[in-house]
Ligand binder design. Structure first.
Ligand SMILES: [Zn+2]
Length: 501
């Protein structure tokens, strides 16, 4: 399934063959990445052979909400981005559709939201990718924690889920993914512990409803933010009653660290509850920078390496990185390629990305700068005093861009990927050399130029919430405690982060 072959034909022909429709897409992607193009010339790469993915399900979860790029970008841009994710090896796109924020499904705003997110899935189907929808177990217009044991609530939850399924009928959903918390959950005596009790009882009914609409559809059960006891109970609960769900989404990399560690140890010892296929949910969007992607392209290569190694240790077969925007594009690629072929190293994939998405001549300078940017995983920067080393690193990033950019063909200079990389470098350079702020605390023209360009690329407008709006902040001084997973190990998160997933 999904593999391809690139072979020589007669008279200099190169033949790309897919084992199926998606296989052809991936073959074309590999062919394009091996080739070199300059204005006026195209030289195919030398690689010939066969390749097929090791991981069966490679989902890009594009969280289209809170005025981020996925919600705000023009349809054609989203379509194109999905095509590019397909070329790199994703086979499914998942979206969320938070209709519970509206009093009724027929609210024009709810209908507008549905039309938009459905168009993302239509774009996926158009190029042969599969589609998935995430749905919270007990989110309803009644509230985000409606107890399914209260009179009439279970019926209402199922009725609203049926309305959602009806609205998404045209895209023939391949997967439904149920979500326990953030939002969701009930701690009443009948539901608790929610993750292995109330949640399971409502999800099982929703899964049956999903199959009425999509008989071949499969169910992904998320264990996001489960406590270790909830995970432990699932061995019993799903062991007795398997079959209604196929994939178990484990919070393998983040969450409540002690509970995740316990659940991970149990998974290594016993496999997945109910023998479901284990899928991981890497955090690629919200770590290390605040606002998320707020200073441009994010490079967290070392963290991604550690998370991939952890996922392999757990026996993860499938992946679903969580994406809040296009600024972490490189992390999406690292994950999908690492699970296409486990023999490929993250460094090798990164090199391929830099050559193909920017320009071959940026190597090896770009790799050095990407490593430096990886040391700048900070969320409170406005009033920070930088050491001489940090200042020097910032300057090096900025100098690199000024020196290399004039050598690029126009199409590279104009591409959003390069612009997000270049503006990140420029911003770190001016910030770390003390040129980002005027004495009154306002941005300098230099910093503002970079932030404006990033905002334009993100399609920021009045819908965009602060956590994806470009800027340089002191997060701790923000008053409101926005909890975001960061790189600090052992941090307990007292509250859930962000908005509904
Ligand atoms: Zn309850």
């Amino acid at each position: 399934m999904e593999g391809y072959e690139i072979a020589d034909g007669k008279g200099g022909e190169i033949i790309i063959t897919g084992n199926d429709e998606r296989g052809l897409l991936y073959g074309v992607g590999a062919f394009l990445r091996a080739a070199r193009f300059q204005p006026g010339s195209f030289a195919p790469g030398a690689w010939r052979g066969k390749s097929a993915p090791e991981s069966p399900l490679r989902i890009a979860y594009l969280a289209s909400h809170t005025g981020n790029w996925y919600e705000n970008a023009p349809h054609e841009a989203v379509q194109r981005y999905i095509e590019e994710l397909g070329l790199w090896g994703y086979n499914t796109v998942m979206i969320c559709c938070a209709t519970e924020q509206f009093a009724s499904f027929s609210d024009p705003k709810a209908q507008k939201l549905i039309t938009h997110v459905r168009s993302i899935l239509e774009a996926s189907k158009k190029i042969g990718l599969k589609t998935a929808l995430v749905h919270c177990g007990n989110n309803t217009a009644l509230g985000t924690h409606a107890c399914p044991h209260k009179p009439g609530v279970r019926e209402r939850l199922l009725r609203e889920w049926t309305e959602v399924l009806e609205a998404f009928r045209p895209v023939a959903l391949d997967y439904a993914c149920f979500w326990p918390y953030d939002n969701g959950g009930c701690n009443c005596e009948f539901c608790r512990p929610w993750g292995s009790n109330g949640y399971i009882s409502i999800c099982k009914e929703m899964a049956a409803k999903f199959r009425e609409f999509n008989p071949k559809g499969e169910v992904i059960l998320s264990s996001w933010r489960f406590l270790a006891g909830e995970w432990h109970n699932l061995y019993d609960v799903l062991g007795k009653d398997p079959g209604w769900a196929q994939y178990m989404l484990a919070n393998s990399c983040r969450g409540f660290p002690d509970d995740v560690a316990k659940a991970n140890a149990e998974t290594i010892a016993r496999g997945t509850p109910g023998k479901l296929t284990l899928m991981c949910f890497p955090e690629i969007s919200m770590a290390g920078m605040y606002p998320w992607g707020g200073r441009g392209a994010a490079f967290r290569t070392e963290a991604v390496k550690a998370d991939i190694a952890q996922a392999r240790k757990l026996g993860v077969a499938s992946i679903m990185p969580y994406s809040e925007g296009i600024y972490e594009d490189v992390s999406k690629v690292l994950w999908v390629q690492a699970f296409w072929n486990s023999k490929r190293s993250v460094d090798e994939i990164l090199e391929e990305y830099v050559r193909y998405e920017y320009d071959p001549q940026v190597l090896p300078g770009a790799l050095e700068v990407i490593k430096l940017l990886g040391t700048m995983q900070e969320v409170s920067l406005k009033s920070k005093k930088f050491s001489a080393l940090e200042t020097q690193r910032g300057k090096q990033c900025g100098d690199f861009v000024e020196q290399i950019e004039p050598k690029f063909p126009a199409h590279v200079r104009a591409s959003w990927r390069w612009k997000l990389f270049a503006n990140r470098c420029r911003l770190e350079s001016c910030l770390r050399q003390g040129r980002a702020f005027k004495p009154d605390g306002a941005y300098t023209e230099e910093a503002k130029r970079c932030l404006d360009e990033i905002s334009k690329i993100y399609c920021v407008d009045e819908r965009t919430l602060p956590f994806t709006k470009p800027g340089i902040l002191d997060r701790k001084a923000g008053g409101k405690k926005q909890v975001v997973d960061d790189e600090t190990p052992g941090v307990k998160h007292p509250k859930k982060k962000g908005k509904a997933k």
